[in-house]
Design a protein around this ligand. Sequence first.
Ligand SMILES: N[C@@H](CCC(=O)N[C@@H](CS)C(=O)NCC(=O)O)C(=O)O
Length: 277
Amino acid sequence: MPVIPTNNTELTRLKGIHLWHTGLSTCSQRVRIALAELGLEFESHPVNLHAGENSSDWYQAIHPDGVVPALVDDGRLVIESVDIIDYLDQRQERQHLVPAEPGEREAMLTLMNQADQAQKHLKLLTFEFLFKAAPTMSEDLAKTFQRDHNNETLKKFHRNFRAGFERSRIEAAAGATDRDFKALDQTLSDGRAFLTGASFSLADIAWIPNFHRFELLGWSFGRYPHLQQWFTGVSARPSYASALESWEPRELIDSAAPRLAARQAEGDGIESYLFAG
Ligand SMILES: N[C@@H](CCC(=O)N[C@@H](CS)C(=O)NCC(=O)O)C(=O)O
């Protein structure tokens, strides 16, 4: 259910498209890419996750789970990034980002669902490899987050992160990611340019941020040559620069680089969890 009821009258009276999002969040990147591909203007409302803004009363009054992104279109609240991108395409007079052929359309929905399922692995590995290496929330902010946020699953995740993730969880997330990338590589091995066939679709938009994220984490894509080639093509589209790269917090990424490189040199990089055991 992409459109969800809200009794927040500050939202229901809004006109046009409004997006609450974060520069580095893959779920937000997906939505910004779809907006750019469809040529849709939006009013940007940045949410600073590192400052714990998603635990504020004002943000939890927007998104019931206190996560980004949230989109409001003429007063209608839409959540869940893969649902939002589908919604955005469907609101057009003519759909641009959905293949005409029913089989390809079915495949697109499956691939979008897989990208959604992959989020939990991507998130764990992002925190382990990127956020652990970059300055994260202070002790005080973390306490405030635990006190104020209503999402118990999210709070537990943050507590686990601060305590240190178990190695088995990291290995499981890395293994699942490898399986996903292998499957995508296999799909693309027939020479198609895009994940569902000859036309760029919502499935590509769903997976672009994931590929990019794992690049940042030092994942080696040499094992998936077709996927690598696909990414070279899709990242050359103007939407990649305008909706993903230009919003990324360079300082945070750069500040994590030395620690990421050190872990890799110590043999504790992301790949070492993949080939463990
Ligand atoms: N399934 C949701 C996931 C949303 C989600 O988990 N968003 C992350 C950023 S990608 C978030 O807001 N995290 C907040 C936090 O970790 O405190 C979607 O696709 O929109």
